[in-house]
Write a protein that binds this ligand. Structure first.
Ligand SMILES: [Zn+2]
Ligand SMILES: [Zn+2]
Length: 390
């Protein structure tokens, strides 16, 4: 397909053979020039508590920060770990030690200890902060008391940090009436508190008193938030429940941070399920803006999905605005693999003039994977944002 504003070259991932399977008529090999970039998928837990969090200390099982890093690297075999202890309970000395320890455990190419912390208020819930370097300020919810004040503070300090709200659909819910387009790239869809994709979703927490603020509700507000997973493990080891996969150039803090900022993430329930997803060659996390004159260039959407599970796959679904629009249950020769291209046609009225109403629709599309062992994965969405061109 010709390169134009609405079609891009795929990226090359470091797993499986998506470049062949995405194409109906496979080319035997591809040139380097056939790819937009090379990326690798790195996994880690973005939300771990240690014995520096008072709530973790009451549990019989808890780890120090150093034990957490060693466990994430050597036992869970993950590529990165974000220790997010509660800022409100850390002293300046402890914070300095945390940052020094994170720096010491980071070995580019092998493991990244992400400088991070949890900011919490009673009224506006919890958000984690992910810094881009180890000279990071400790920002407490006791002194910076609202989400907009938090974003303003980060800008004032010129600190490069991203924020991610967590367990938004349960007790102590994060306030998601607002977000920050630049500083808040993701929503924690899965953690030790269960699946918060939508009310009634599989693996949802047993506390079902909250009926809104789920991921789909949040995205329907028009927010551009990708998906991440993290254990929020007070009593559990890292990567035990909820991990994030990040498509990055290499395993360094800077590359991971930049990729997170671009929403190049997938979330899983803890299994290292590999998922790749494109629309017209645009990578997961992309925002495609189009107007009524461009519908015919954008459609049909070429949706590419590739999955390498850790167990036999039950189904792979394409979800648009919270609704499943395509389900695939037939795997390839191997039960743990799926790779296919699916074309989404425009609405029959979309190419008619005068402008039909169906043009005026923004969409977010993502992929949901379910394995037969119950593990699940979600890609960050790709957005098709419509604007009316006068
Ligand atoms: Zn929290
Ligand atoms: Zn937490």
């Amino acid at each position: 397909m010709a390169e134009d504003r609405f079609h891009r070259k795929h990226w090359r991932v470091n797993w499986f053979i998506p470049e062949l399977e995405h194409r109906k008529y496979a080319k035997a090999f591809r040139e380097d020039a056939d790819y937009s970039e090379d990326v690798s998928l790195f996994f880690g837990d973005l939300h771990k508590h240690t014995n520096l969090s008072p709530c973790a200390r009451v549990n019989p099982y808890n780890q120090s920060p150093a034990e957490s890093y060693a466990h994430a690297r050597d036992v869970a075999k993950t590529d990165f770990l974000a220790v997010c202890d509660h800022a409100e309970y850390l002293t300046d000395e402890q914070w300095a030690e945390c940052m020094a320890l994170a720096r010491a455990y980071t070995e580019p190419g092998r493991f990244v200890a992400w400088p991070s912390v949890e900011w919490a208020t009673g009224l506006y819930g919890h958000r984690n902060l992910y810094y881009r370097d180890y000279d990071a300020p400790l920002i407490s919810g006791r002194r910076v008391t609202t989400p907009p004040a938090l974003w303003a503070r980060l800008r004032e300090l010129k600190t490069r940090a991203l924020t991610i709200p967590h367990h938004p659909a349960r007790q102590l819910a994060a306030d998601l009436t607002r977000t920050d387009e630049e500083l808040e790239p993701a929503y924690e869809i899965y953690s030790g508190w269960g699946n918060e994709e939508y009310y009634g979703a599989p693996l949802q927490d047993t506390d079902r008193s909250y009926t809104r603020n789920f991921a789909v509700d949040t995205l329907l507000r028009g927010f551009h938030m990708g998906f991440v997973g993290g254990g929020d493990g007070h009593p559990a080891p890292p990567a035990d429940s909820g991990i994030t996969g990040i498509y990055a150039r290499d395993l360094t803090l800077e590359s991971l941070w930049d990729a997170l900022a671009q929403r190049r993430t997938i979330a899983t329930t803890g299994a290292k399920i590999l998922v790749d997803f494109h629309v017209n060659g645009f990578t997961l996390g992309s925002i495609i803006r189009f107007n009524q004159h461009e519908t015919k260039d954008l459609f049909p959407l070429e949706i590419g999905v590739t999955v390498q599970g850790t167990a036999p796959l039950e189904k792979v679904e394409i979800v648009e605005n919270g609704v499943t629009i395509h389900t695939k249950t037939k795997p390839r020769a191997r039960l743990d693999q799926m790779a296919y291209t699916w074309y989404r046609n425009p609405h029959p009225l979309d190419n008619q003039l005068p402008l039909p109403l169906t043009n005026n629709v923004s969409r977010f599309i993502y992929v949901r994977v379910t394995q037969r062992d119950g593990h699940m994965a979600w890609t960050s969405p790709i957005w098709l944002d419509f604007y009316y061109d006068e």
